[in-house]
Write a protein that binds this ligand. Structure first.
Ligand SMILES: Cc1cc2nc3c(=O)[nH]c(=O)nc-3n(C[C@H](O)[C@H](O)[C@H](O)COP(=O)(O)OP(=O)(O)OC[C@H]3O[C@@H](n4cnc5c(N)ncnc54)[C@H](O)[C@@H]3O)c2cc1C
Length: 387
């Protein structure tokens, strides 16, 4: 089904992304990111130069100022995932969907001036650290503390599974500034690379997303100046996280649909080129039936997601709607990728093939950004009339 949410500006932007891919998303580059476990800085800077990251950074800070129009980000995901590089799409996503929004929406003027221009050019890498070894779904169970001190806070604790955690220059960090677990006991602090007592820890070895770093972080008596408190207001951290979660969930749904769409394309090509029993794989009725299912699922994914993209643009995408689309889209993505791996036979299991990498990347979509069980919990509570 033809999609109708993109206008000429979006399509012109798509051409820019394609041009970037031609130059920078080569097989050699992808293999290097996978081997090193991270995307190199030159690639991030080139994305800044091309104007395809930092999209929501306001123009006065050197960005594109596309604050609510996530359609541009969707195009970046479609094209980069379509080019077989989920890791690069992941690195861009952390910058644009998880780090930049806290500064744009909630940063003080000084924080914006200090960080946003570099985030738009790709010179500064951002990350978001909420999860801890002992608390993921239950964020109010975190133990990292930020105690008041002369001119700032002393931070102690640890975070884990932090995407871009090894390469980040600045990390929006969820900490406890109060007692107990009431929403006002938490704040967001900007913790900077190089602060004494802050250790980026070790890079974690993952099932997928091999070219994007995920790290453990530790904080041992890290002094964080008062001016690094997001919005300058203590006790707002939980509310601030809740404000950005719909975007994070929409972004995962978009990445899932982009992967499903890419998988369809790769699988059609593959099954046309491979033969068994004297016929092309696509000429078996089973293959065509499976591809018919996949193509229909991809259409349904975009029909749903496109509505959500427009709702987000108009400020109408609620936390519950974002939760629905996140779990539904990532589960359809999983079904599609599994089918497409199967249609590739043994080659579907070999990571030289984009289908195998996309399959490995897809598994975490049902886990991070809030697990799909937590998404169902959010939706179910609303249906039951519980808060
Ligand atoms: C590759 C990767 C990248 C990540 N990037 C980041 C990042 O950049 N920043 C960040 O802060 N975090 C990040 N995370 C962490 C991620 O968001 C968490 O792993 C996720 O929220 C789940 O938390 P957990 O691992 O502690 O699982 P747990 O909360 O321990 O959950 C374990 C199981 O119990 C289920 N469960 C828990 N509570 C309930 C409930 N109430 N009802 C029903 N079932 C429940 C869960 O659904 C899950 O199946 C990342 C994780 C991975 C793997």
């Amino acid at each position: 089904m033809e999609r109708d949410i993109y206008d000429e500006d979006h399509e012109a932007f798509r051409d820019v992304v394609k041009e970037y891919i031609k130059r920078y998303v080569t097989n050699e580059a992808r293999e290097r990111w996978d081997a090193e476990g991270e995307v190199d800085r030159a690639t991030m800077r080139a994305a800044g130069d091309a104007g395809i990251i930092g999209l929501s950074v306001p123009e006065e800070f050197g960005g594109a100022g596309m604050l609510q129009d996530y359609r541009f980000r969707a195009i970046v995901n479609e094209e980069i995932i379509g080019a077989g590089s989920g890791s690069l799409a992941g690195a861009f996503g952390i910058q644009d969907d998880l780090a930049v929004p806290y500064l744009v929406h909630m940063g003080t003027q000084e924080q914006k001036e200090k960080w946003l221009p570099g985030m738009a050019t790709g010179e500064i890498i951002g990350a978001l650290a909420m999860t801890e070894p002992g608390a993921g779904s239950d964020l109010r169970g975190i133990k990292t503390t930020a105690k008041r001190a002369e001119g700032g806070y002393i931070v102690n604790g640890a975070k884990t599974f932090i995407s871009s955690g090894k390469t980040a220059d600045v990390i929006v960090t969820f900490v406890k500034t109060g007692e107990g677990n009431r929403p006002d006991a938490f704040s967001l602090l900007l913790i900077e690379n190089g602060m004494a007592g802050f250790d980026h820890g070790k890079k974690l070895h993952k099932m997928g997303f091999h070219g994007h770093d995920t790290a453990e972080l530790s904080f041992s008596d890290v002094f964080v100046p008062e001016e690094n408190l997001i919005s300058g207001k203590e006790g707002m951290g939980f509310v601030q996280l809740m404000m950005n979660l719909p975007l994070e969930r929409l972004s995962i749904a978009v990445a899932g649909a982009a992967a499903a769409q890419a998988a369809l394309g790769w699988t059609v090509d593959y099954t046309k080129s491979r033969e068994a029993f004297g016929e092309r794989i696509i000429d078996f009725q089973n293959t065509r039936f499976k591809l018919a299912d996949v193509a229909t699922t991809v259409d349904a994914l975009w029909a749903y997601i496109d509505r959500a993209l427009l709702a987000y643009k108009d400020g109408r995408l609620s936390a519950e709607e974002a939760a629905k689309i996140k779990f539904w889209a990532t589960e359809r993505e999983w079904d599609v990728l599994d089918t497409c791996v199967q249609l590739h036979g043994g080659y579907g299991y070999i990571t030289e093939y984009p289908i195998a990498r996309a399959f490995l990347d897809a598994r975490v979509h049902r886990i991070y950004g809030g697990t799909n069980e937590i998404m169902r919990e959010i939706v179910g509570r609303q249906i039951a009339g519980k808060r």
